[in-house]
Design a protein around this ligand. Structure first.
Ligand SMILES: *[C@@H]1O[C@H](CO)[C@@H](O)[C@H](O)[C@H]1NC(C)=O
Ligand SMILES: *[C@@H]1O[C@H](CO)[C@@H](O)[C@H](O)[C@H]1NC(C)=O
Ligand SMILES: *[C@@H]1O[C@H](CO)[C@@H](O)[C@H](O)[C@H]1NC(C)=O
Ligand SMILES: *[C@@H]1O[C@H](CO)[C@@H](O)[C@H](O)[C@H]1NC(C)=O
Ligand SMILES: *[C@@H]1O[C@H](CO)[C@@H](O)[C@H](O)[C@H]1NC(C)=O
Ligand SMILES: *[C@@H]1O[C@H](CO)[C@@H](O)[C@H](O)[C@H]1NC(C)=O
Length: 340
């Protein structure tokens, strides 16, 4: 038994030496780990295993090095580009297929059709809603505590990581705006719904805080038929409140309409999808997409092209416009030292 223990330690130190020397070869990332919570804008394969919307078929992934992966995009998502800007040697892998030591670099829990509310998107099948993404994170935290051999060292480690949360789009698209399936639009006005959503979101964020999260980027929702203004306003207020209440944590708001719709990005076409779409607005299977994907901002009916994701990720990381990120951009957020 003692021998097994020694062998395990020895192997673990070996792995750590290998991973540390690898990170030196590539330069150390600006944060030790990067955790991602969200919907189809960020999903990179978690839905591939679920009976719901999934896109692990061409033309999705046509510009991604390994082809279709489950990303709802022709190439990289905003968090892929951010991982590169932060100095990670690889994109952050999906929770569904990642085990063991790889957990230390962070995980992507995002699931297409998911939302803040548990029932959101359920008319399309089974997704991993935000509460379950947080449950998955809890199991990753336990994994990290066992790798680092104590809860205290795990918390210290997790305090330094970046937590990127983009939820809420489907609470409109696949809930409030689907009265055939959901009764929220009969129960709440838009203002009430925004308040109810952000209250629930706030308590979910506090659960992540309890699991050691301290540096948060909270992404505003897209402009969906003029229904989401109140949500984003409440989210900005939440960011202000959390920054005032929690001295040892920092929150930023990312204005997704400002970072994705900027006309200065110079796309030829902002409103037509690059691929031919099916009745759900996703790319029809095996259909040929537009020739030059860099000219289009929209890939299918809902999701930006890689070219647009590069523009928005760069503006989220290093913003030259104060309405992009508030009160600071990600390059400053990750640089903060937040000792309590
Ligand atoms: C709304 O629908 C949910 C199920 O989705 C149900 O539990 C709830 O009772 C309904 N509320 C009203 C006021 O109809
Ligand atoms: C959203 O609001 C703008 C300006 O108030 C208006 O021009 C546009 O038609 C509205 N769009 C929808 C889908 O209601
Ligand atoms: C987001 O950006 C848009 C466009 O720049 C701006 O009109 C809007 O006021 C911003 N929203 C917030 C909440 O800062
Ligand atoms: C594709 O479009 C981009 C942006 O308009 C342009 O810079 C590039 O030259 C085009 N590529 C080809 C192969 O036409
Ligand atoms: C951020 O962008 C500005 C120009 O907008 C540039 O001068 C600066 O070097 C960039 N900083 C980083 C860290 O990329
Ligand atoms: C981050 O911190 C380093 C070292 O303190 C400094 O050189 C760099 O300019 C900082 N970057 C930003 C964006 O504040």
């Amino acid at each position: 038994m003692a021998t097994n223990e020694a062998v395990r330690w020895f192997m673990m130190i070996g792995f750590l030496v290998v991973s540390i020397s690898q990170s030196c070869a590539y330069g150390k990332p600006e944060v030790p780990c990067f955790f991602i919570f969200g919907d189809s804008l960020l999903d990179n394969g978690n839905n591939n295993f679920l009976p719901t919307l999934r896109v692990n078929y061409l033309p999705y992934g046509i510009d991604y090095p390994t082809g279709p992966t489950g990303r709802f995009c022709n190439g990289r998502t905003p968090v892929d580009v951010l991982a590169e800007l932060l100095g990670f040697e690889n994109h952050i892998p999906p929770f569904a297929t990642t085990f063991g030591l790889a957990t230390l670099r962070g995980l992507n829990y995002a699931s297409g059709t998911s939302g803040i509310r548990a029932e959101t998107g359920s008319q399309l099948g089974v997704n991993v809603n935000f509460d379950r993404q947080i449950q998955n994170h809890k199991s990753a935290v336990l994994r990290i505590a066992s790798i680092l051999r104590s809860k205290e060292s795990a918390m210290k480690y997790l305090n330094k990581c970046l937590y990127y949360v983009g939820m809420g789009n489907n609470d409109y698209l696949n809930n409030y705006l689907q009265p055939r399936f959901f009764n929220t639009s009969r129960i709440y006005t838009l203002d009430q719904y925004a308040a109810v959503l952000v209250r629930q979101y706030s308590s979910q964020i506090m659960t992540l805080y309890k699991y050691g999260a301290r540096k948060f980027a909270l992404i505003g929702v897209q402009d969906i038929a003029n229904t989401t203004y109140a949500f984003n306003q409440n989210l900005v207020s939440l960011v202000e409140k959390l920054n005032a209440d929690l001295g040892d944590a920092r929150f930023i708001y990312v204005n997704s309409s400002s970072v994705t719709r900027s006309t200065s990005a110079g796309f030829k076409d902002y409103d037509t999808s690059c691929c031919p779409v099916n009745r759900l607005g996703l790319c029809a299977i095996f259909q040929i997409p537009c020739q030059n994907r860099s000219e289009y901002a929209l890939w299918d009916s809902f999701h930006p092209t890689e070219a647009a994701n590069i523009v928005s990720a760069r503006r989220t990381y290093n913003s030259s416009d104060p309405s992009d990120t508030y009160p600071m951009d990600i390059s400053h957020l990750v640089n903060l030292s937040l000792e309590s």
